[in-house]
Design a protein around this ligand. Structure first.
Ligand code: NAP
Length: 252
């Protein structure tokens, strides 16, 4: 699968699945804009710059953009900057995501809003300006990162499950709107992956989950990156509005 001459923007790409996707795209020939959360200490920026250096080492252009994707204006400015610097935007991956787990009884309105704003609001904030640009060019591909939890629900994750189920509905609706312009919109629903997001799960609970995965182990960030690479590539040219489950068989 090749992405020669293509330019991509990946949200939350300073680590985990976003980072692996940036590197998979660069290996396939794409220039990549790497978004990170603009923290005061610049720790996230340093991580994003390290990813950018890895992209450059692969012979591609890299752009680091700090922007809180939960906010509309910085997200729109980020998309505009990527278009300006690369000349156009062929691919958007809405990957940024957070957890604020608690049973509904204990969940605060703030935790609800944070998860909805980052995991779902970001899709509106980034996909809207990107889709307008792609519509004008009559080309482009958007991949939204959902979750198996958006399909199954999970104890203590009403906020996260609602956001990820919302991401699936958003993907299918936008796919219908954009198909006539030659723009494809798909989602990837990862299962349990070995990234920072799952490293805090209690080891005993983790082992119980692992036993329920038919393929016998947690996935890697690269497993998801390869699925995203497929969906944005020409090999997936007849696929739109699809939710690709990558979960080792945990949910079929
Ligand atoms: P991760 O390592 O925690 O990465 C999440 C990324 O999101 C980080 O790079 C973070 O950037 C970024 N981010 C968070 N809030 C942001 C904001 N407001 N603005 C910009 N960036 C923000 O987790 P991951 O496992 O790679 O997760 C990537 C995606 O996969 C998420 O959408 C997650 O829900 C989904 N997913 C993961 C799993 C799993 O098992 N790991 C399963 C299903 C779905 P900074 O580092 O700069 O803060």
């Amino acid at each position: 699968m090749r992405l020669e001459g293509k330019s991509a923007l990946i949200t939350g790409a300073s680590q985990g699945i976003g980072r692996a996707t940036a590197l998979a795209f660069a290996r396939a020939g794409a220039n990549v804009a790497i978004n990170h959360y603009p923290d005061a200490e610049d720790a996230h920026r340093r991580n994003a710059e390290a990813v950018a250096q890895e992209v450059k080492n692969l012979g591609r252009q890299a752009l680091v953009i700090g922007a809180d994707v939960a906010q509309e204006e910085p997200s729109a400015a980020m998309v505009a900057q990527a278009i300006e610097e690369f000349g156009c935007l062929d691919i958007l991956v809405n990957n940024a995501g957070i957890l604020r787990d608690a049973t509904l009884r204990n969940l605060t309105r703030q935790q609800w809003d944070e998860v909805l704003d980052v995991n779902l609001g970001s899709m509106f904030n980034c996909a809207k300006p990107a889709a307008i640009h792609m519509r004008e060019r009559e080309a482009g591909s958007i991949v939204n990162i959902a979750s198996v939890i958006g399909l199954t629900g999970n104890f203590g994750q009403t906020n996260y499950a609602a956001a990820k189920a919302g991401a699936i509905g958003f993907t299918k609706s936008l796919a219908r709107e954009m198909a006539r312009y030659g723009v494809r919109v798909n989602a990837v629903a990862p299962g349990f992956m070995d990234t920072d997001m799952t490293r805090t799960i209690d080891p005993e609970i983790k082992e119980n989950i692992r036993k329920q995965i038919p393929l016998g182990h947690f996935g890697t960030a690269e497993d998801i990156a390869d699925a995203i690479l497929f969906l944005v590539s020409d090999e997936a040219r007849y696929i739109t509005g699809e939710v690709l489950s990558v979960n080792g068989g945990w949910y079929m």
